[in-house]
Design a protein around this ligand. Structure first.
Ligand SMILES: [Zn+2]
Length: 77
């Protein structure tokens, strides 16, 4: 999850990310391809900017609400 400290936006962001994917392509003899399986090998978020005010410096990463698994005890708010 992201949160914009400049305007309080928590729901709409422009995210630029780079991914590396292994894809299992299934070709027909006619030459048409379809992706039967995809595995995400790498994912790097390059830039996140706020959709409301356009700021990218003020956007911070926020832990999702509820138990996301790796909960840190004593997190403020
Ligand atoms: Zn904003």
């Amino acid at each position: 999850m992201y949160r914009c400290d400049a305007c309080g936006n928590k729901t709409r962001f422009d995210v630029v990310e780079r991914t590396r994917v292994r894809a299992y392509l299934h070709f027909t003899l006619g030459g048409e391809a379809s992706v039967e399986e995809e595995e995400l090998l790498e994912r790097e978020v390059e830039r996140v900017s706020c959709r409301w005010c356009g700021s990218s410096d003020e956007v911070v990463t926020e832990a999702p609400p509820g138990n996301g698994g790796a909960g840190t005890p004593g997190t403020p708010r």
